[in-house]
Design a protein around this ligand. Structure first.
Ligand SMILES: [Zn+2]
Length: 56
């Protein structure tokens, strides 16, 4: 299945091909390298993310 989202950091359109994507999964934006945690997914494969703050 294809999953789609927009990176909250750089507004890049992200397309992921995964067997499954669940809330709490972590994905990385290929454009800016930001680590994103999946918060919501709908039946069409559109999902929302929040930026994971990296520990320094
Ligand atoms: Zn990005």
């Amino acid at each position: 299945m294809d999953y789609h989202t927009m990176c909250p950091e750089c507004k890049n359109e992200l397309n992921l091909e995964r067997d499954a994507l669940v809330k709490g999964d972590v994905v990385e934006c290929e454009q800016c390298g930001m680590t994103l945690e999946v918060t919501e997914i709908d039946a069409q494969g559109n999902f929302n993310t929040v930026i994971v703050e990296e520990e320094k």
